[in-house]
Design a protein around this ligand. Structure first.
Ligand code: AMP
Length: 439
């Protein structure tokens, strides 16, 4: 199937040809006609399957020019980085159309964003928190939204945006089309669909042909974090196919440690992004990595999620994520579209069950490679590794028989229920009771 078969118009076909795409991906083929028919869609698709264009293409195909100031299409995504990325993709796709698109997200001046909205727009891309703030202070009117997209909803719920999403859904007009995309189907996602969606069509990006197939996976059994650092350094020093490497770290603290370590050995070759870094710093780091100006990017899960960086040669997992889906998301950064990639997993004994859960989810074992002979095994431990759950069962806590001293009577608080009534009763001594009606 070609893009012409989807009955796209000339401006979209020209934009797609500029982007160099020749064929719609399976999820793009499936989602297109359902969105065009006006039905709600629940798409289960990881990043890397082409799911973003799967909803953008039919939305833009139906687009009509308007001078109306309020947005008609609303797209909600979990992070600021995704907002910026998505606005960029929409701009590329609408290069030959007249579409006003803006992105709003937290952590920046809300007044500047209010101005963007006042000027009028067709498509708004937003993170849930900022969107809710703008809607509740009435800077933004959501009553004209006809199509509502929630992308990466599982991640949004993981981040605790449930309340914001519910508020936004309540502010939207009843008559609208909902398009929801999630990498995984969790109970919470399912519940949300049940409440707000109207007989949606479920579309799943088929496993065959997804990037997972194109990724060569391998694992190393490594005893602790510092040995993992040594191994990382060793691999980077000996494997020159590792040209554009995305390194996942379990936490901000370990990300900083990895960065410090690599900076000493490979100065100015590695960038880092995590939640404690400023927005500008993060954008700059990602841009450097994307342009190939540095060899690698160290990231925590939250920020790397959904980031679309091309030609990543290797994804290195310094830890084995406890949630198997997280592993799938991580390695999905490589082997995207039609390129092959490699994913390396560092796994310690304590992470064995996490690794098994990943293998169960993928229905595939990750081949374990022998550690390099000259690898330095460290016995230094990081704080998390030093803490081990004591084997012995703790005795249940027993309360001491009495307090150090007995409380004075006036300090003994007793909940008497209705406080006003209680005070009134104390003041008037005898309780005032309604007289029973005489028969
Ligand atoms: P997504 O799954 O939306 O994160 O997209 C993953 C990557 O695939 C992005 O870099 C897109 O630019 C690219 N892409 C999307 N659709 C196509 C297509 N039909 N052919 C080739 N690449 C595509």
């Amino acid at each position: 199937m070609t893009f012409e078969d989807l009955n796209l118009n000339t401006p979209l076909l020209n934009a797609i040809s500029d982007l160099g795409f020749t064929q719609p991906t399976p999820i793009q083929q499936k989602v297109f006609s359902v969105v065009m028919s006006g039905r709600d869609v629940v798409g289960i698709a990881q990043t890397g399957t082409g799911k973003t264009f799967a909803y953008l293409l039919p939305i833009l195909r139906q687009f009509t020019f308007s001078k109306q100031k309020e947005p008609r299409v609303l797209i909600v995504v979990p992070t600021r980085e995704l907002v910026v990325q998505l606005v960029g993709e929409i701009k590329k796709l609408t290069a030959y159309m007249s579409v006003r698109v803006e992105g709003v997200y937290g952590g920046t001046n809300i007044n500047t964003q209010k101005l963007l909205i006042v000027n009028g727009l067709d498509i708004l891309v937003a993170t849930p928190g900022r969107l809710m703030d703008l809607a509740l202070c009435r800077a933004l009117n959501l009553r004209y939204v006809r199509q509502f997209v929630i992308d990466e909803v599982d991640e949004m719920l993981n981040l605790g945006f449930r309340a914001q999403l519910t508020t936004i859904l309540d502010l939207l007009p009843r008559r609208r089309q909902n398009l929801l995309f999630s990498a995984t189907m969790t109970e919470e996602v399912d519940e949300m669909i049940g409440i707000f969606f109207n007989a949606p069509v479920n579309i799943e990006a088929v496993r065959a042909g997804t990037p997972l197939e194109r990724i060569e996976q391998s694992a190393y059994e490594v005893p602790n974090f510092y040995t993992k650092l040594n191994l990382l350094e060793h691999l980077l020093a000996t494997d020159d196919t590792m040209r554009k490497v995305l390194i996942f770290s379990p936490s901000k603290r370990t990300a900083d440690l990895i960065h410090k370590h690599l900076e000493a050995r490979f100065p100015e070759q590695f960038e880092i992004i995590h939640g404690n870094k400023s927005q500008n710093f993060r954008m700059n780091a990602v841009a450097q990595f994307e342009k190939g100006l540095c060899r690698g990017l160290i990231a925590t899960d939250l920020l790397a999620r959904g980031l679309d960086v091309t030609d990543v040669t290797h994804v290195i997992n310094v830890d084995t994520p406890a949630e198997p889906e997280t592993y799938i998301h991580r390695i999905g950064r490589t082997g995207r579209a039609d390129r092959d990639g490699a994913a390396v997993l560092f796994t310690s004994e304590a992470e064995t069950s996490a690794r098994e859960a990943i293998e169960t989810l993928m229905e595939k074992k990750i081949p374990v490679l022998p550690l390099p002979g000259d690898l330095v095994i460290s016995d230094q431990l990081i704080e998390d590794e030093r803490y081990t759950v004591p084997e012995v069962q703790l005795k249940p806590l027993t309360r001491p028989a009495g307090a150090f001293h007995e409380k004075k009577a006036k300090n003994k608080k007793v909940n008497l229920g209705n406080k006003t009534k209680h005070l009134r009763d104390m003041k008037y001594k005898k309780p005032i009771k309604k007289k029973a009606k005489r028969k």
